[in-house]
Design a protein around this ligand. Sequence first.
Ligand code: ARG
Length: 421
Amino acid sequence: MSRENHTTTMRTASYEADPEEVRRVMLLYSGGLDTSVMLKWIQDQYDAEVVCLTVNLGQPDEDYRVIEDKARRLGAAECHVVDAREEFAREYVSPAIMANALYGGGYPLFTALGRPLIAKLAVEYARRAGCDTIAHGCTGKGNDQVRIEATIATLAPELGVIAPVRSWQMGREQELAYAQEHGIPVKGASETPPYSIDDNLWGRSSEGRWIEELEHAPEDDVFQLVSRPEEAPDEPEVVELAFERGVPVGLNGEPLELVELLERTAQIGARHGVGIVDHIEDRIVGLKVRDIYEVPAAAIVLPAHQELERLVCTIHQNQFKPQLDRQWAYLVYAGLWWEPLRGDLDAYMQRVNETVTGTIGLKLYKGHARVITRSSPNAVYDAGLASFSESGGLFSQAASPGFIELWSLQSRMAWRMRNRP
Ligand code: ARG
């Protein structure tokens, strides 16, 4: 027990915990190597009690009883497992769908959406459990530290933050040694280091190992969620998604709660190899990295939503909204979930989505999802108008030449000026 002797005495930011005042720590616990080592290390280094919080955002194949058990055996004073899937879907994924949220053209933000909720829950549980400090397992090179610490510093200025992985200067080998020394069970300790995985019901990311070599094509073993397209069924499958006010509410004619709808959509997409994204990304902290994403639900829901939105919106809305969509995705990626501009943008997204009601059919086949049918009571579309035969009383072809004369006026004048003999 060495209160004087820890590696965390250097504090740069106001919200970083003063090591002398760390008594009871809320640890965001996943059950993996980093946070398990942290659980012991915090008790040792600070002579502090540790309360663990594990948040279920729909990461597949997680056994929360095993995680809780492990935490208790490693000396946690309290363990909490929170099922936040419903809140995550409703308050975080829904607005992302309404904003067609993709960062860098391909990343549907599942991790970026999850972190502010996890950190918000950490604040709630820390206050309830009488903790003075929150600990997380993020490194100093990623976006997640930004999202988590910005959330805590915003919502709970009275709480301190510690990020042991950022400061303890142990590599994987030292962590494994520490684990062995302290009786911390580790899966697959002697194998090649695993990919760095993060997942929830909106997607899964893999980083590390060969993924860091840009010329290295994806190896098969990275795909644990989505089947490889070449192994997907030879028969295509059609799915129909129903939306109400921009939010998916039904799958293949069956009304479903959002969590179940997203989970089922993900399963169907995964079977057909849909949603593999090999992405080069500009992190907030300056690094450029490569991620392999598996996002079967997002790869179906987002194109469907976007198609329906385009159908019910006017040309002017359709020209304008993508700019705000991009700003929304950037703010959320960049860890500024609590920034008022995000709320301002959400108000706009909700307003536009008031008419985004209807059904979109997509055909899934060997890695592709293609929109094939659309229907909406609010479509700004009239089959009679679009065909050449009928005008429906709203459109006069005789007016077209007059329109063209005025529409092209400035362009014609400029052309003449530039091409004067
Ligand atoms: N690149 C993505 C992001 O910044 C995924 C990060 C995954 N996080 C992790 N700790 N493995 O949101």
